[in-house]
Design a protein around this ligand. Structure first.
Ligand code: SF4
Length: 375
């Protein structure tokens, strides 16, 4: 009260709860493809058939919890950003993006897809002059001697920086190659670009060039038939899920985010080969995977840091430097430290066991972390 006048109390217009609710509302508006349990999407057809079949049989599992929905939404937002970057780079040579995306139905297979865009044939003009080296999906970088004609497919993907480095070294993964092949085959295009952008750094992108391959398109159509045939047999009760599911394909799977990884026979074999039967609880897997991915992404930086440190030290030692100031103002110092004292514990224990018993002790045990790829 101020001189008898009621002063309104400030209210929180922006709280964490309000922000979270607004974000969830936005997830709810994300694009959905009805009837997806009746066909195979181009983004699915090149991935593990067992997982794709399971998703068709359990559409309820495709409604994601807010955290998973948030991750998916983040991926979609980034893909839109990369579409805009490609449009800017190619100045008007990209059509049918965003709201103008079309749905394509493959005639002789249960496949439908929504291309990220159509690239005009003029995009290939610079290649005709042999000026631009092209990174093929295989990872090889070459100058094309035969330039395909007509319009092409634009496929946008996002990946962690670690995955992107792997694609550059080993080639685009089978799932993305299959997806782009289906889009080329389904539209009668002879070429396509798969643009993969880092999820951590928008300036870290790679463009893979693909030429249509009828054999690969046919193989993808065959996969879609096998998936839907397995799904139909299980739906009709002719086979149980255990007996009727397609084989797991770890080389094509997104095993890191697979909701059935804990029961997957291929994962049982991977655990056995690694000498463990421990199953990481499914709700712990996303955090473990994210941290392991970040660890592997950062490790080369840590190794490089040690290499640079060694090089700097050797340079200083060669100059006999103890302290030097660079024009930048940086002070580089090298100081001598005495070597650590050590004892021959084996000799001590065998020749003076009473002394060893009094002076030798063992520190607390500690854990050592290693992370390595198995595929
Ligand atoms: S864990 Fe991997 S191989 Fe097994 S079903 Fe899932 S995606 Fe397929």
């Amino acid at each position: 009260m101020l001189d008898g006048i009621a002063v309104p109390q400030p209210t929180s217009i922006l709280s964490v709860e309000a922000l979270h609710a607004a974000l969830l509302e936005r997830h709810a508006g994300a694009r959905e493809f009805p009837g997806r349990d009746q066909y195979v999407g181009a983004s699915e057809v090149g991935t593990c058939m067992r997982l794709v079949a399971w998703r068709k049989l359990h559409p309820e599992a495709n409604t994601f919890d807010p955290e998973a929905a948030g991750r998916m939404r983040a991926g979609q937002v980034l893909e839109n950003e990369y579409v805009q970057m490609v449009r800017l780079a190619l100045k008007g040579q990209v059509r049918e993006t965003g709201a103008n995306q079309s749905e394509i139905v493959v005639e002789d297979a249960p496949i439908r897809f929504h291309p990220d865009g159509r690239l005009l044939a003029s995009v290939l003009e610079p290649l005709k002059w042999g000026r631009v080296p092209v990174l093929l999906a295989s990872g090889a970088r070459i100058y094309l001697d035969q330039i395909p004609s007509g319009d092409g497919v634009l496929e946008i993907k996002t990946a962690s920086s670690h995955q992107l480095r792997r694609f550059r070294k080993e080639g685009l993964n089978l799932a993305y190659q299959g997806q782009t092949q289906v889009q080329m085959g389904g539209q009668g295009f002879s070429w396509g670009l798969a643009v993969v952008g880092s999820r951590e750094n928008l300036s870290d992108t790679e463009v893979f060039f693909l030429q249509a391959d009828t054999e690969q398109f046919d193989a993808m159509k065959g996969r879609s038939h096998r998936i839907m045939a397995a799904v139909d047999r299980i739906r009709q009760g002719l086979l149980t899920e255990d007996a009727g599911m397609p084989e797991p394909e770890t080389d094509r799977g997104y095993c890191s985010s697979c909701p059935i990884a804990d029961q997957c026979p291929a994962m049982v074999a991977v655990r056995a080969a690694a000498g463990t039967t421990t199953v990481i609880p499914p709700d712990e897997v996303p955090d473990f995977e994210a941290l392991a991915d970040e660890y592997l992404s950062l490790k080369p930086e840590a190794d490089r840091f040690e290499d640079v440190k060694d090089a700097l030290k050797k340079r200083g030692e060669a100059l006999g430097l103890s302290k030097g100031v660079l024009p930048s103002g940086r002070i580089v110092s090298l100081s001598e430290r005495q070597g650590r004292e050590s004892a021959d514990l084996k000799t001590l224990k065998s020749q003076f066991p009473e002394v060893a018993a009094k002076v030798v002790s063992r520190g607390d045990s500690y854990s050592v972390l290693t992370v390595k790829e198995t595929k």
